[in-house]
Structure formats: C-alpha cells, structure tokens
Ligand binder design. Structure first.
Ligand code: ATP
Ligand code: MG
Length: 262
C-alpha cells in the first residue's frame, strides 16, 4: 500500500487522510467493501452538518456517557469501519467507561474477526475482546448478522453500536437493550431507532467522549441520573435537522460560488 502523501496544506487533508485509512483497512481485511460505501454516505452528511461537533451531538454524548457510567453491563461494539478509523480511541473509550469491548460485524467472517482482533491488540496487547466465539443470537436476525457474545451484548444493559445497520439497531432495542449509536445520518434507521443518537463523525466523537468520561466518572449518581432524565432523543434529532436546514439557508443566502471555506 502506497504511503499517504497528501500535504497537510491540502484543503481536504483530513478527509483524504481517513479515506486512506479505509483503503489500508480494506487491504488488510479489516473492512468489508460495503464499509467504503457506508463511509461515503457518512462523509456526505458531514458536509451538510459542517464537519464539526454540533450542540445536539454534545448533549447526546453527555447523556450517553452518563448512561454508560451508571450501567451494570455496558458494552462497546466495534466493527470494521470503527477499527479502521478509531482503533486506539475505541480501547480508550471502553476503558474510560468501564465497558466490555465486543467485535460485532455485519458481514461476519471468522477471518475478519481475527484480523480486527489483531489490529486492536497492536494498540493494547492485553485488551480483552469479546465476540471471537459468539454463542448467542439476537432474535429475529438471520444467522451471521445476529451472532453475539454471551458475556457481551447478550447480557448487556447498555450498548454502544456506532456506524450500525438500522435493522440490527432495531433488533437490539426490541431485546430491551438501551442502545446508543454514533451516526452522521440523522435520517438513518439506526439514528431513528436508538435511545441516544450521536450525530457526529466518530473520529471527532470518540476523543470527545473519552474526555467526558474521564471528567464525569467522579460525578455523583444523582447528577448522572438527572442528565439522563432530562435527555430527549427526539428533540436531539429534530435539532440536528434544524441545524442543517439553517446552515443551508445561511449558505444559500451568503452564496457559495467560488467561496473557499464553508
Ligand atoms: P440504516 O441501516 O441505519 O438506515 P444505512 O443502511 O444508510 O443506515 P449502514 O451502512 O447500515 O447505513 O450504516 C452505516 C452508517 O454509518 C450510515 O448511516 C453512515 O451515515 C454512518 N457513518 C459512516 N461513516 C461514519 C463516520 N465516520 N462517523 C459517523 N457515522 C458514519
Ligand atoms: Mg443499513
């Protein structure tokens, strides 16, 4: 694989950088081909949002961290796209939230699970990983898509399933799990079905959540409970749509032709 040679001065440097990461991950067997398409869809929504963390996402992250810190069996799920983009942060976040880490793939193959496990172990050789030998099945999902670890998602009360397929999100909600997702598309089925939807790029969201978790860990239970009680995911999703609408209106009124920065 050729080295990433784009100069930092390139206006789309970070976008190209993460695309390169995905290409590498595809070659290593971490990413399924469809993961490339999913990333493209995410990028498109990031353009509309403005490629920054917006207030509704900050609120969702705060509520999600509070929920995780109060959970009995919290689980953070990792798939190919996540392992390609934020492998180290995934481990750090699971640690900061005291959560288990489970490899959970939409296009599951034993080889890809092993490749992702090896990749994560590069960042922490002792990392505890579930999902290697899943023995349970999420009801109403056919074979490979439904496999979960008995010690992980199966018995979890709170799960973080970033960049997840809507069908699986819905099936987890139907199982009674409290589901948190990270998804740039506020209109996706995952975004609409989850209990907490963080509409942000995972490369921005995870570092932010790690900091939040470290800060909020010492907060009293009641304070965390209050944050969750006051959180309303419907309102969050509506606020994202309104943000996009207002941003597009402002851009249209200000004009974008030959404008260098948005
Ligand atoms: P759904 O099944 O929920 O309706 P979908 O079929 O459009 O969604 P999937 O491929 O099932 O999409 O899930 C991937 C989701 O992850 C997409 O909604 C995409 O917008 C989002 N996504 C892709 N890359 C990122 C990223 N870097 N950060 C956050 N979200 C992302
Ligand atoms: Mg889908």
């Amino acid at each position: 694989m050729a080295r990433f040679m784009v100069p930092k001065s390139h206006p789309r440097y970070w976008s190209l950088y993460y695309r390169h990461k995905l290409e590498e991950a595809l070659e290593k067997g971490i990413l399924a081909k469809a993961g490339m398409i999913a990333h493209g869809r995410g990028e498109a929504f990031d353009y509309l949002i403005g490629e920054k963390t917006i207030e509704p996402a900050e609120k969702a992250m705060k509520a999600a961290v509070a929920k995780f810190l109060l959970a009995e069996h919290p689980v953070v799920s990792v798939n190919g796209n996540v392992a390609a983009l934020v492998p180290e942060e995934t481990i750090e976040l699971a640690n900061a939230l005291n959560a288990k880490l489970e490899i959970n793939l939409f296009y599951r193959s034993e080889e890809r699970v092993r490749t992702i496990a090896d990749e994560l172990r590069k960042y922490d050789p002792d990392v505890e990983l579930l999902g290697i030998n899943p023995t349970k099945r999420i009801p109403n999902l056919e074979s490979e898509r439904g496999k979960v670890d008995e010690e992980g998602i199966w018995k979890a009360d709170v799960v973080l399933v970033p960049l997840e397929d809507g069908d699986r999100t819905e099936a987890l909600v139907a199982m009674g799990k409290f589901v948190v997702t990270v998804d740039l598309n506020p209109l996706s089925r995952s975004a609409r079905m989850a209990d907490i939807t963080i509409v942000d790029n995972i490369v921005r969201a995870y570092p932010y959540m790690i900091k939040l978790a470290e800060e909020m860990r010492s907060w009293p239970r009641e304070k965390l409970e209050r944050i969750i009680r006051n959180y309303d995911n419907g309102r969050t999703l509506n606020a994202v749509l309104i943000h996009v609408r207002d941003r597009l209106t402002e851009l249209a009124e200000g004009g974008i032709w030959r404008r260098k920065e948005l």
